[in-house]
Design a protein around this ligand. Structure first.
Ligand SMILES: [Zn+2]
Length: 109
């Protein structure tokens, strides 16, 4: 697996995410609240959904930045937790992961 290909993929993902985050930000700061009370309430509900979307996108962006840093540091192929090699198939699927399957399971429980 070529690390430059991965880097390219990560940078593309990062670009997409940044675009998505600024689109969400634009939506949250929709200019001019509706005069209608019921409409305001539904806009607020919508904002909450957008905000949680924005948060998960930012979380993903952090992971991508960390993966890019790991590429720079030359430890991209090693698990950040136990130092074991992360299987190429896993990185192929989740290029921004920093953990091997075992450690990822530990963190997610
Ligand atoms: Zn591990």
């Amino acid at each position: 697996m070529d690390v430059n290909d991965i880097k390219k993929r990560l940078l593309e993902m990062k670009q997409n995410l940044s675009d998505r985050i600024s689109a969400i930000d634009r939506d949250i700061r929709h200019e001019g609240m509706s005069a209608d009370w019921s409409e305001q309430a539904s806009e607020r509900e919508n904002d909450e959904v957008l905000e949680s979307l924005g948060n998960s996108s930012e979380q993903e962006l952090l992971q991508i930045n960390f993966a890019l840093k790991r590429i720079e540091d030359g430890n991209y192929f090693q698990c950040d937790e136990c130092g074991e090699d992360i299987p190429a198939a896993r990185l192929e699927l989740l290029p921004f992961t920093a953990h091997c399957v075992n450690c990822a399971e530990k963190f997610e429980v």
